[in-house]
Write a protein that binds this ligand. Structure first.
Ligand SMILES: NC(=O)c1ccc[n+]([C@@H]2O[C@H](COP(=O)([O-])OP(=O)(O)OC[C@H]3O[C@@H](n4cnc5c(N)ncnc54)[C@H](O)[C@@H]3O)[C@@H](O)[C@H]2O)c1
Ligand SMILES: O=C(O)[C@H](O)COP(=O)(O)O
Length: 391
C-alpha cells in the first residue's frame, strides 16, 4: 500500500480515511509516495525520486514548486472551493470591522471596565468609534472564483453594489455569478469606482504586486482595501504610505508580516481565513479522496499541473500512466510498445496542460517490468507508473 507524509496538521477526517484504506503515515518525507500539505513552504525542499503526488489541503499553491513538480511527473492537487465559505465569512467580518471602529470600541470598554460610570461615559465616547454601513457602498471584487463569487453574493444581499474584475473567469464560473455584478474590463476602472476593494486572486507571476503604487493612486480617497488572498499581491511600502497620508482609510489583511503588523490603520489577522473546523474537514476529505483516486486508479481531478483524467475505478486489468512532453508521436510509440507486448488497449485518455501531458491507458493483462522499462526509455517520457490491483 501507499505511504503518506503530512507536512502540516491535516484534519483527521482526511487522514483517518486514508488509514482505513490501508495507507501508512510515515515521519520520513523521503519514504513517502505522497505528501499532504497546507501552508508549509516546499520551495526549498527536494522531493524524493519516488514521490508521486503532493496534495494541498487548501486553495493557494504558491508554497509548492508546481512547475518543477510537472517536470518530474509529480502531480500537485489542491481542493478548490473547499474552504471558500470560511474565507467569505471572515472577509465580511473584515469589512464590518473596517466600517465602524469595532476593535477600538471593544478596547475602550476593556480599559474602562472598572469604572462604575462606564455606561454614562460610553454614551459620550461612542462617537469616536462610529462609522458607515456597507449597504449602498460600491465594493470591487478582484477575482470571481470560489471565494470572490461568494463574497459578491453576500455583499449584494447586504445592499452593496458589486463590481467584479476577472479576465480569466471560466465559463462555468461566469454562469454561476449574480447578474447584478457590474463587469469591470479594466482593473483601474474598478479601483477608481469602489469604496471597498477585496482581493481574491492566486499569487502568480502576473498578480504579484498588482496593487502597486500606481494601482493605489487610482483608488478613491478614503477607500478600504481587503486582502485575504496573499500578501505578495500588494506593494506594502506603497500601501503603508497611502495609509499614513490618509489616501486609504484602512487595510484589512489575513497576512501578518513585519510590514503589515506595523502599518497604521491596518487590521491584521494571523492567516485565519481557512481555519474553521468545517473548512479543514472539507479540505482534508477532498485532498484524501483525490490522492486515493490518483494513486489507486491513475485518475486526476483538481490538479494544478496536469489536466483532468477519469477512467473510473481500476477493473481486472492494469493501467499504464505515462507522463510526457506535449509532443508529437508519443502516443504512437506508446501504443506500439503495448501492442508488441501483446497488450490490448481497453480504454485510454490523454490530456495536456501547456508543455506537460498525461496519458492513462487501461490494458487487458499484466504489464511486465520489461514493458515498463521500454516505455520509460521512449523519447519525451518523464515518468511511467504501472497500476495493478494488489493480489
Ligand atoms: N486567507 C486564507 O486563508 C485563504 C483561503 C483560501 C484561499 N486563499 C487565497 O485566495 C485565492 C483565491 O481562492 P479561490 O478559492 O477563490 O480560488 P479560485 O481559483 O476559485 O479563484 C481565483 C480567481 O482569480 C481569477 N484570476 C486569476 N488571475 C487573475 C488576475 N490577474 N486578475 C483577476 N482575476 C484573476 C481566476 O480567474 C479565478 O476566477 C487562493 O489562490 C489563495 O491564495 C486564502
Ligand atoms: O490557500 C489557502 O487555502 C489558505 O491560504 C489556507 O491556508 P491554510 O490551510 O494554511 O490555513
Amino acid at each position: 500500500m501507499y505511504a503518506v507524509h503530512c507536512m502540516n496538521n491535516i484534519s483527521t477526517v482526511g487522514t483517518d480515511a486514508l488509514e482505513r484504506a490501508g495507507y501508512e503515515f510515515v515521519d520520513d518525507p523521503d519514504r513517502a509516495d505522497a505528501w499532504l500539505v497546507r501552508s508549509a513552504n516546499l520551495h526549498e525542499i527536494e522531493a524524493p525520486a519516488g514521490l508521486l503526488a503532493i496534495a494541498r489541503a487548501g486553495a493557494g499553491v504558491n508554497n509548492i514548486p508546481v512547475e518543477r513538480c510537472a517536470q518530474r511527473g509529480i502531480v500537485v492537487f489542491n481542493t478548490p472551493g473547499a474552504n471558500a465559505n470560511a474565507v467569505k465569512e471572515l472577509v465580511i467580518c473584515g469589512m464590518l470591522l473596517a466600517c465602524r471602529d469595532v476593535i477600538g470600541g471593544v478596547e475602550w470598554v476593556h480599559e474602562a471596565s472598572d469604572d462604575p460610570q462606564i455606561a454614562k461615559r460610553a454614551e459620550k465616547a461612542k462617537k469616536r468609534f462610529a462609522g458607515c454601513e456597507l449597504a449602498g457602498k460600491r465594493v470591487g471584487v478582484i477575482g470571481l472564483g470560489a471565494i470572490g463569487a461568494q463574497v459578491a453574493d453576500v455583499l449584494i444581499a447586504l445592499g452593496a453594489e458589486v463590481m467584479g474584475y476577472d479576465p480569466y473567469l471560466s465559463i462555468n464560473a461566469a454562469w454561476g455569478l449574480d447578474r447584478r455584478i457590474e463587469h469591470a474590463t479594466e482593473l483601474s476602472d474598478l479601483l477608481a469606482a469602489c469604496d471597498f476593494v477585496t482581493l481574491h486572486v492566486p499569487a502568480t507571476d502576473e498578480t504579484r504586486g498588482m496593487i502597486s503604487s500606481v494601482a493605489i493612486a487610482h483608488m478613491k480617497r478614503g477607500a478600504v482595501l481587503l486582502n485575504f488572498a496573499r500578501d505578495a499581491l500588494v506593494d506594502e511600502q506603497a500601501l503603508a504610505e497611502a495609509l499614513d497620508d490618509g489616501h486609504l482609510a484602512r487595510y484589512v489583511t489575513d497576512f501578518a508580516n513585519p510590514a503589515s503588523a506595523n502599518m497604521k490603520n491596518a487590521i491584521v489577522l494571523p492567516h485565519l481565513g481557512a481555519s474553521t473546523g468545517e473548512a479543514e474537514d472539507n479540505c482534508a476529505v477532498m485532498a484524501a479522496r483525490q490522492l486515493r483516486d490518483y494513486l489507486e486508479n491513475g485518475n486526476i481531478a483538481n490538479s494544478v499541473n496536469y489536466g483532468r483524467v477519469d477512467l473510473g475505478p481500476l477493473g481486472e486489468g492494469s493501467r499504464v500512466a505515462l507522463f510526457h512532453d506535449n509532443a508529437q508521436g508519443v502516443i504512437g510509440q506508446l501504443t506500439q510498445v503495448l501492442a508488441n507486448s501483446g497488450l490490448n488497449i481497453e480504454n485510454m485518455s490523454n490530456v495536456s496542460r501547456g508543455a506537460y501531458a498525461y496519458t492513462l491507458v487501461e490494458v487487458s493483462g499484466a504489464v511486465s517490468p520489461e514493458t515498463g522499462a521500454e516505455l520509460s526509455a521512449l523519447d519525451h517520457v518523464t515518468r511511467v507508473r504501472v497500476i495493478a490491483r494488489e493480489a
